[in-house]
Design a protein around this ligand. Structure first.
Ligand code: NDP
Ligand code: BG6
Length: 515
């Protein structure tokens, strides 16, 4: 709970925020942060990165002296970049506020530089412009690689050799995908390490920046009532569920090369699983947490093909006459593509805490709903009095379940058995419910805001270390290889449905019902 200024003194904050500068009377710690969004003309930059930077600016979280540069091949002036960016900025923090003025101020700090990703010369020119803005202050530089992965290394090479900071730090945020398998991921890591130290590389998994995922450790480690139950003794199974109610619209080209297992399971869901299942870390320090996550990943049993179901969505026409396309209708996807848009899998952690507990994952596109949640299903109450005596209360199937809803409608609820008020003895299942929108008036920050701020502050806790990445790929690579070598045919499911029925058989095989 230390103040920003204490954090700065302790070295936890490498950049003084506006608050700290004000407290220090300015001048004393004059430094700048230059943020270069590489691939600024792209979808992610527009949708997420610039809006997140604006939100940080609005909240006063960016240091006093900062400059944002967009970098891409497209020809654009500063004014054109500002116009493009302005279309996606919103008053997210306080919808009633008129944040037009703040937007104007923010946009004035945004600039654009046209350049090739593999041109030293163009990065030298960028460096010159950055220096002008930095005005001789101690400079810190953050590069956000929002570009396709095949050009990551070229861009890092040029940025690190021609535009890195000479007086302060240089950090690079790398977007997924980090390779397609163990081999390509290791090759990418090795190439990046030619130009950067591991502590300069911030591998982003934006699910780690989601509020409810961050809260997982708080829930476990700061409430007496959960941690004692967090083991095979009381937990029957855990489910990690991701679903989207739209298809690959617009991203078919990228998606077909990766598929849902690489796109969602190997990273987002596995990261949540590791946080869920890790032992208590020595401290909240990034290295202590990441050490525990790696241990979990390394304790996982190889995934068996018979514990996996894959699916692909097919077109459908609703009763109302609305037609939805099939995955292979996407022009950027081959007609005979076997790429899964849905997968369900049962995973196991072979350690003392989790021996025998199925960790089920389910991820799919073009399903009936958009949601991401963690479901913890507890064991039956041994010798439950109310099963024996209740005569038809049917409690035998109603075990406790803790649900952590990551999105939408963030919340946590616990299903408990409760007596229905009245003279008789009738029980039903009710929810102890913590709905964030009802409890907290403040808007929940977008995951990218938290992660960008952490990268600026040098906080690595929510970024993926290279050994974590290796362990994650070691788990999924043999499975992916087998699926691809055997040319496994995905089970078709209608767009907007609950996915292939095979997922239910898989759960039943492990004595589980999806929540
Ligand atoms: P885009 O495909 O929009 O690419 C970003 C920019 O890179 C483009 O505007 C283009 O800029 C340049 N570019 C595109 N293709 C090439 C190419 N073949 N060679 C050289 N330059 C190219 O990507 P996104 O913005 O969607 O994503 C950026 C990164 O983030 C990717 O790694 C993606 O996998 C990852 N990501 C994206 C998400 C999303 O929601 N979009 C979600 C999670 C991760 P120009 O032509 O002007 O140089
Ligand atoms: C990305 C995937 O990592 O996460 C996309 O590449 C997916 O396919 C997206 O749509 C989902 O993120 P969110 O935050 O919208 O749930």
């Amino acid at each position: 709970n230390s103040s920003p200024i204490e954090k700065l003194k302790d070295g936890l904050l490498s950049v003084p925020s506006q608050e700290v500068v004000a407290e220090l009377g300015g001048g004393e710690h004059e430094s700048t942060v230059s943020i270069t969004v590489v691939g600024a003309s792209g979808d992610l930059a527009k949708k997420k990165i610039f809006p997140a930077l604006f939100a940080l600016y609005y909240e006063g979280c960016l240091p006093e002296h900062f400059t944002i540069y967009g970098y891409a091949r497209s020809k654009m002036t500063d004014g054109e970049l500002r116009h493009m960016v302005s279309k996606t900025l919103t008053c997210r923090i306080d919808k009633r506020a008129n944040c037009g003025e703040k937007m104007e101020e923010f946009l004035k700090r945004c600039f654009y530089h046209t350049g090739q990703y593999d041109s030293q010369e163009h990065f030298v020119a960028l460096n010159k412009k950055l220096k002008e803005h930095e005005g001789g202050r101690l400079s810190n530089r953050l590069f956000y690689l929002s570009i396709p992965p095949n050009i990551f290394v070229d861009a890092v090479k040029c940025a690190s050799s021609s535009a890195s900071s000479l007086s302060g730090w240089t950090r690079v945020i790398v977007e997924k995908p980090f390779g397609r398998d163990s081999k390509t991921s290791a090759a990418l890591t090795n190439s990046l390490k030619h130009y950067l130290e591991e502590d300069q590389i911030f591998r982003i998994d934006h699910y780690l920046g989601k509020e409810l995922v961050e809260n997982l450790s708080v829930l476990r480690f700061s409430n007496l009532i959960f941690e004692p139950l967090w083991s095979r003794q009381y937990i029957q199974n855990v489910q990690f569920i991701f679903s989207e109610d739209f298809g690959t619209e617009g991203r078919g080209g990228y998606f077909d090369h990766y598929g849902i297992i690489r796109d969602i399971m190997q990273n987002h869901l596995l990261q949540i699983l590791a946080l869920f299942a890790m032992e208590t870390p020595v401290s909240l320090d990034a290295e202590d947490i990441r050490n525990e996550k790696v241990k979990v990943l390394r304790s996982m049993r190889p995934i068996q093909l018979e514990d996996v179901v894959i699916g692909q969505y097919k077109g459908t026409t609703t009763k109302g006459g609305v037609t939805y396309p099939s995955y292979t209708d996407d022009k950027t996807v081959p007609k005979d593509s076997l790429t899964p848009t849905f997968a369900a899998a049962a995973l196991f952690i072979d350690n003392a805490r989790w021996d025998g507990v199925p960790f089920l994952m389910k991820a799919g596109k073009a399903l009936h709903t958009r949601s991401a949640e963690i479901r913890v299903q507890f064991r039956h109450v041994p010798g439950n009095l109310y099963n024996r005596n209740s005569g038809g209360t049917n409690l035998d199937r109603t075990t406790n379940e803790l649900v952590i809803r990551v999105q939408p409608d963030e919340g946590i609820y616990l299903k408990i058995n409760n007596k229905v008020p009245g003279l008789g003895m009738r029980l039903d299942q009710s929810h102890l419910n913590l709905l964030y929108s009802a409890r907290y008036s403040k808007e929940i920050p977008d995951a990218y805001e938290r992660l960008l701020l952490d990268a600026i502050e040098g906080e690595r806790r929510l970024f993926i270390r290279s050994d974590e990445l290796d362990a994650a790929w070691a788990l999924f690579t043999p499975l992916l290889k087998e699926i691809e070598e055997k040319k496994m045919i995905p089970e078709l499911y209608p767009y907007g449905s609950r996915g292939p029925v095979g997922a239910h058989y898989l759960a039943a095989k492990h004595n589980v019902q999806w929540g």
